[in-house]
Design a protein around this ligand. Structure first.
Ligand code: GDP
Ligand code: MG
Ligand code: K
Length: 301
């Protein structure tokens, strides 16, 4: 039977790094899939999240963030973001509570202007838990002056505030359509990819400024034992410099141990199994500048 009231569609989520895109998507889906950290550029590829309820299926494309590329990895990220917008039925643009429109926001708004009138654009003002109401009103009117947003919604992704209003608003703009994915599916990424993201997130969380952006993870082995509920996983963490290797391993291996333990615990929750995780640290000099390595680490399709 075809349900004519069922709505579905793709939503591209754009915004500069660190405004809370991943936090929002994780709040909607209710499981921690996309890496979240306070460091910019945590998200490097589009990740599809699927939200299904009684009357809709909404497929979110998390974008790596639109910004001027500095290297091969940056070029890949920008292309991914634009492709995500081209596939969408609705655009969601997330900003935080900064009181002026900075250079990074301006360049995104310029890109969005090309889509005005073609696709609905919903603006989310995130992190409203950090400001007062009159400040919020000022920020809303500042963005309203741009005259490209169909809706402006204040939210706190972290406190799960306004997120349901956002979902209900999205449904207004979606057309009747099929269920594209099984109703219990929350992402199209495989477990191997998610485990790599978990390891990268732990690395980003504990390392200082310079190292994280040069982190790449490659999963060398990912195998469930035949007769037991145990996964054997081996991963390499690649860094760009010899000095970074030392930092990552830490004093008597303490840092690597901490990253490994926390990553294992998250992986066990994800896989609902025991995990035997082994991590090695390797150096690939300046891999972000090298096209073949950017591809090898999975930033390619
Ligand atoms: P992304 O780069 O846009 O994906 O941003 P993330 O989701 O990784 O979030 C960046 C940082 O902002 C993290 O430290 C989050 O905890 C924080 N953050 C996200 N949403 C909120 C929010 O609603 N309120 C506050 N106070 N912090 C938030
Ligand atoms: Mg992110
Ligand atoms: K981030």
């Amino acid at each position: 039977m075809i349900d004519n009231n069922f709505k579905s569609g793709y939503v591209s989520v754009v915004g500069r790094p660190n405004v809370g895109k991943s936090t929002l998507l994780n709040a909607i889906i209710g499981e921690k899939i996309s890496a979240i950290s306070s460091k910019p550029q945590t998200t490097r590829q589009n990740i599809t999240f699927i939200h299904t309820d009684d009357d809709s299926q909404i497929i979110f494309l998390d974008t790596p963030g639109i910004q001027r590329p500095k290297n091969k990895l940056g070029e890949f990220m920008l292309t991914e973001s634009k492709e995500s917008i081209d596939e969408a039925d609705v655009i969601t643009y997330i900003v935080d509570t900064s009181k002026r429109i900075g250079k990074a926001e301006r360049s995104i708004i310029d890109i969005l202007k090309e889509y005005e009138g073609k696709l609905p654009i919903i603006l989310l003002i995130n992190k409203v838990d950090t400001i007062k109401k009159d400040e919020l009103l000022e920020i809303i009117s500042m963005y309203a002056k741009e005259e490209i947003f169909n809706e402006i919604i204040p939210i706190s992704a972290m406190k799960n505030d306004g997120v349901d209003i956002y979902i209900e608003t999205l449904k207004k703009y979606l057309k009747p359509g099929p269920m594209y994915y099984p109703e219990d599916m929350i992402t199209d990424k495989n477990e191997r990819f998610i485990v790599a993201e978990i390891i990268r997130e732990k690395g980003l969380r504990y390392l200082n400024e310079e190292v994280p952006h040069g982190l790449a993870i490659s999963i060398e082995k990912f195998k469930k034992r035949e007769d037991k509920n145990i996964y054997d996983i081996e991963a390499n963490i690649y860094v760009e410099r010899d000095s970074h290797k030392g930092i990552l391993i830490g004093k008597s291996g303490s840092m690597l141990k901490r990253i490994g333990t926390e990553a294992r615990e998250d992986a066990e929750k994800l896989l609902d199994a025991k995990v035997n995780l082994q991590i090695w640290v390797k150096v690939e000099k300046n891999w972000r500048e090298r096209d073949n390595l950017v591809k090898r680490f999975g930033y390619d399709k």
